[in-house]
Design a binder for this molecule. Structure first.
Ligand code: F6R
Length: 255
């Protein structure tokens, strides 16, 4: 796991864009997270797109997750959110920005369909991830098997409380979601996890330095060979091995 620490959230976004852009230039299939954390990275990617530095014309994208019961045009559906915050502002083909069908009559079948669509597309090249305060990635809450494919699940009350800020009341947050599973996420070629702010410090410490455990779903990243974790100083503040991460970053292998 390659851990990059930057002083501020804005610098995390620049570092993340630096890592993702070479994938975009190769026409990679992008795995996209929603939530607050990647927004600054999306803005940085839009800026580089507008400056003519990068084109998404050869890319397609798969979202991590979707709320069950929110129509695609609902302001808080992830289908809508990713377009509003990112993909409507770049030259990616909108028909190739996929998300699980939160309105499907049979959500379990929709989960299978989504998993197959990812496999049929040749898998995800680079997957952007945020992390929940309870260590979730996607909506794989504590206790989720580390091998799960895309599936239907129930949000943890902590996640509902965390996400209530996007809705009028906590009661409006859907309780059920479709999410790529930890097994799906583990098959992506390169995992890039972003975390900013003091409230993410415990989750970052558990995912990077804690034991591999379903109680911290993001710890599954420890089983992947190509993981970059980019955090600001506040989110890094719970890490014990900080001196080593800084040393390793200051001394890259020159080839
Ligand atoms: C969103 C997602 C979630 C978020 C996580 C952090 O698609 O899959 O795992 O990344 O809840 O959310 P923020 O960034 O809002 O703190």
């Amino acid at each position: 796991m390659h851990i990059i620490i930057r002083p501020t959230a804005d610098e995390v976004a620049v570092a993340a864009a630096d890592i993702v852009v070479p994938h975009i230039r190769r026409g990679a299939t992008l795995g996209l997270a929603t939530g607050s954390t990647p927004v600054a990275t999306y803005q940085e990617l839009i800026r580089r797109h507008d400056a003519g530095e990068v084109s998404f014309a050869d890319c397609r994208a798969f979202l991590l997750d979707e709320y069950i019961g929110l129509a695609p045009e609902h302001e808080q559906s992830y289908h809508h959110t990713i377009r509003h915050e990112f993909t409507a502002h770049i030259d990616i083909d909108d028909a190739l920005v996929a998300s699980p069908d939160g309105m499907a009559a049979d959500p379990h079948a929709a989960a299978d369909t989504y998993e197959h669509a990812i496999v049929n597309a040749g898998g995800i090249g680079v997957q952007l991830l945020g992390v929940g305060t309870n260590g979730h990635i996607g909506f794989n809450e504590p206790g989720t098997a580390l091998t799960m494919p895309t599936h239907v699940t129930t949000l943890h009350p902590q996640t509902i409380a965390d996400n209530a800020r996007f809705f009028d009341t906590a009661e409006d947050v859907p309780v059920h979601v479709l999410t790529q599973g930890l097994g799906t996420i583990r098959r992506a070629g390169h995992l890039v996890l972003l975390a900013t702010g003091q409230h993410k410090a415990a989750a970052v410490a558990c995912l990077a330095e804690g034991p591999l455990t379903t109680m911290c779903p993001a710890s599954v990243l420890q089983l992947h060979n190509n993981v970059t974790v980019i955090v600001d100083e506040a989110a890094a503040s719970g890490l014990k091995n900080l001196e080593y991460y800084r040393f390793a970053e200051a001394n890259p292998l020159k080839v």
